[in-house]
Design a binder for this molecule. Structure first.
Ligand code: ATP
Ligand code: MG
Length: 567
C-alpha cells in the first residue's frame, strides 16, 4: 500500500532525485550523455490507463526537468491488434495530461529494421528456422535445462538470404519459418536462446497497408526504434529487465547510430483495479462497462470522464514516485488527491439525489426569492450565486427520520433545522401514502432567520441542502464506485476469474434527482462539490441543459457510507 499521505508530502522535500534521475545526473556529469532524450512508446492496441499515465509523467517529466526531449512513439509493429482509433485516443490522452510531443511511428522504420536484419544474416548472426512452433518450444529448453540447436541453425548465409527474401515476398506460409538471432541455445537467460526476429504475418497494417508480409518482434525492434530516434534513456517496466541483454545484443551487432540505455522501473498497480490491456479490452468488448471511457475504467479517458483533472493525475504520479520494487498503490490515495484539489478549486452547489418533498406552509404561495450562496467558502474570489427559494422544496430522503434518535441532527417531527443559505424550518406534519411511505413534509419557516442565523441567538444542530421544487431542474446522477471488489486483483481465489469480482454496485444511476438551476450551465467535465455529498462533474457525453447528467468523481469522506447504504 502507498505510504501514508502526510509522510509522502514531507518526503517530497527531503528526498533527493529518484534512481532514474540519479542515473541521468551521472551520465550528464561523466559526459556520456549531452542532451537527455526519452520516449513514451505505447502499442496502439488499446486506450491508455493510469499505469501508462505514470510512464508518461515520468518520461515527459524527465524531458522537462532536463530541458531535453521526449517522443511519443507508436510501437506499431504488430498489425493484428492495432488500430487508428487507438492512435487517436492515445494522442488525445497525452495532450490532455499536458504534453504536446512530436509523434513517431515504429512502422516508419520498417525499411531500416529490415536492412539491419539483413546485416545480421550476412554476418552469420541470424538464420531462417523451419522448425514448427512445437519443435521450437521443445528445443528451447527450460530455465534449468539448456536448449537444443535447431537442425537449420547452420544454414549458409546464401540460403538464409534466399529464404528470408521468400518470406518477405509472401512466398512462404505463415508459421512455416521465422528469422532468428543466432546467439546461444544454452544461455542461462532464456531470452538469449536464439530469439525470433521476424515472423510471417499476411495481414494488412493500419499504416503500411499490404507492403509487408513479415513483421519484426518486439525485442528486436524496440532498441532499434530508440537508436533511430537518438533516445538516450529508454525507460521501461521491470518485466523487461532480463530482456536488456538482448536489447544490447541487437544494438551491438549492427551498424546502429547509437546505443541507448535501457532502465527499468516498477509498474504501477492500483488496488481494486485491473490494468492489463487484454482485460480492459474484454471489459469493453463484452460490454461489462460502457466503453473505454466508462468512468469506472482505470483508463485516462475514464478518469477524465469521471472528473479527474490532468493535474491530479500528474501529482499522483509524482507522489508515488519510481522504484525498483513492484508494489500496490492504494486507490484511496488517488481519491485523496482529487478530493484535495477539488476542495480548493470546485464551486459548491446543491443537488438532491433522493428527493423528499417539503412544503413550507407559512411561505406565500407562488412567491420565489433569490438567496445568495457563496461558491467556495475557502476562496473569496470564487464569488457567489443566486439560489431560488420557494414554498415547495426537495430535501434528501435520508435527512428525515420519523422516529429519530436524540443524536439525529437532521429533520424529524417537531425538530428545527437550517436550510443552507436560507432559513430555519420546523417539521410540523408528515404525509404518507397508502403503503405508509413518507411522501411529503409540511414545515413552517422562521422569516427572521433568512441567511441562516436566528436573531434571538437560538441554535440548530443540523444544516441541510435542498433544491427549489419549482425552479430546480430534474437531473440524472451516476454514482460510481470501484469496479472490483477485491483489493489486490492478483490475489484471486483459485479457479476464479477477474470477472467474478465485478462490483455489482460500481454504478448506481439515480434519475429523479434535482439540482439547482445554475448547474444546467455547468461546463462538461468541470468539478463541483455537491454540498454534503461529494464531488461531481457534468458528463462529457450525455449532459445537456435540458437533461443534466452528473458523474460522481469521489464522495466526501464522511458521506461515503451513507450514500452507499441509500443506494
Ligand atoms: P502490452 O505490452 O501487454 O500491450 P503494456 O501495458 O505494456 O501492454 P504498452 O503500450 O507496451 O502496453 O505500454 C507503453 C509504455 O507504458 C511502456 O513503456 C510500458 O512500460 C508502460 N507501462 C505500461 N503499463 C504500465 C504500468 N502499469 N505502470 C507503469 N508503466 C506502464
Ligand atoms: Mg508493452
Amino acid at each position: 500500500m502507498a505510504p501514508a499521505m502526510n509522510e509522502k508530502n514531507s518526503d517530497e522535500k527531503t528526498k533527493g532525485p529518484d534512481f532514474i534521475r540519479q542515473i541521468i545526473n551521472d551520465d550528464l556529469a561523466s559526459g556520456k550523455v549531452k542532451d537527455v532524450h526519452t520516449r513514451f512508446p505505447p502499442e496502439p492496441n488499446g486506450y491508455l490507463h493510469i499505469g501508462h499515465g505514470k510512464s508518461i509523467c515520468l518520461n515527459f517529466g524527465i524531458a522537462e526537468d532536463y530541458k531535453g526531449k521526449c517522443n511519443l512513439r507508436f510501437d506499431d509493429t504488430n498489425p493484428t491488434k492495432e488500430d487508428q482509433e487507438y492512435v487517436d485516443s492515445i494522442i488525445e490522452d497525452v495532450n490532455w495530461l499536458g504534453f504536446e510531443p512530436e509523434v513517431f511511428f515504429a512502422s516508419d522504420y520498417f525499411d531500416q529494421m529490415y536492412a539491419w536484419a539483413l546485416e545480421l544474416i550476412k554476418s552469420g548472426k541470424a538464420y531462417v528456422d523451419s522448425q514448427n512452433a512445437e519443435q521450437m518450444r521443445e528445443n528451447r529448453g527450460t530455465p534449468t535445462k539448456p536448449g537444443t540447436d535447431s537442425p537449420y541453425r547452420n544454414r549458409s548465409v546464401e540460403e538464409n538470404l534466399e529464404l528470408f527474401d521468400k518470406m518477405t515476398k509472401g512466398e512462404m506460409e505463415e508459421g512455416s519459418c521465422i528469422l532468428r538471432a543466432k546467439i546461444d541455445m544454452a544461455h542461462q537467460n532464456m531470452n538469449m536462446r536464439d530469439p525470433a526476429i521476424y515472423r510471417i504475418r499476411k495481414e494488412s497494417h493500419h499504416r503500411t497497408g499490404d507492403k509487408w508480409k513479415i513483421y519484426p518482434m518486439y525485442d528486436f525492434a524496440h532498441g532499434y526504434e530508440d537508436a533511430i530516434e537518438g533516445i538516450t534513456h529508454s525507460i521501461c517496466t521491470l518485466e523487461f529487465e532480463n530482456h536488456r541483454p538482448l536489447y544490447d545484443w541487437f544494438l551491438d551487432n549492427v551498424s546502429a547510430p547509437c546505443h541507448p540505455q535501457q532502465i527499468e522501473f516498477a509498474r504501477l498497480n492500483l488496488s481494486y483495479t485491473v490494468m492489463s490491456k487484454r482485460k480492459l479490452l474484454e471489459l469493453v468488448s463484452e460490454k461489462i462497462v460502457n466503453g473505454w471511457d466508462d468512468p469506472r475504467m482505470p483508463t485516462l479517458s475514464g478518469f477524465r470522464r469521471r472528473g479527474y483533472t490532468p493535474s491530479s493525475i500528474r501529482r499522483f504520479a509524482r507522489e508515488i514516485g519510481v522504484s525498483k520494487v513492484n508494489s500496490m498503490v492504494d486507490i484511496n490515495f488517488l481519491q485523496y488527491i482529487i478530493r484535495e484539489e477539488l476542495n480548493e478549486s470546485a464551486d459548491r452547489a446543491m443537488a438532491v439525489i433522493d428527493p423528499l418533498k417539503v412544503t413550507i406552509t407559512n411561505y406565500p404561495e407562488g412567491q420565489i426569492e433569490e438567496l445568495e450562496g457563496e461558491n467556495n467558502p475557502g476562496n473569496q474570489d470564487a464569488g457567489s450565486r443566486q439560489i431560488p427559494f420557494g414554498r415547495e422544496l426537495y430535501i434528501e430522503k435520508s435527512d428525515f427520520m420519523e422516529d429519530a434518535p436524540k443524536k439525529f441532527f437532521r429533520l424529524a417531527p417537531g425538530r428545527e433545522v437550517r436550510l443552507k443559505h436560507a432559513y430555519f424550518i420546523t417539521c410540523d406534519e408528515v404525509i404518507k401514502d397508502d403503503k405508509g411511505e413518507v411522501t411529503e413534509l409540511l414545515c413552517s419557516y422562521d422569516p427572521a432567520t433568512r441567511g441562516g442565523d436566528a436573531p434571538d441567538g437560538r441554535k440548530v444542530k443540523g444544516t441541510l441542502h435542498w433544491v427549489s421544487a419549482d425552479k430546480g431542474v430534474k437531473a440524472e446522477v451516476r454514482l460510481y464506485d470501484n469496479l472490483f471488489t477485491l483489493e489486490n486483483m492478483d490475489d484471486m481465489e483459485e479457479g476464479k476469474d477477474y470477472k467474478d469480482y465485478i462490483n455489482p454496485e460500481s454504478l448506481v444511476v439515480k434519475t429523479d434527482c434535482f439540482v439547482e438551476p445554475s448547474l444546467t450551465q455547468a461546463p462538461a467535465g468541470r468539478g463541483y462539490q455537491f454540498l454534503r455529498q461529494g464531488y461531481f462533474c457534468a458528463d462529457i457525453k450525455d449532459h445537456s441543459p435540458e437533461h443534466p447528467v452528473f458523474n460522481r468523481t469521489v464522495a466526501l469522506k464522511d458521506s461515503w457510507a451513507k450514500i452507499q447504504k441509500k443506494g
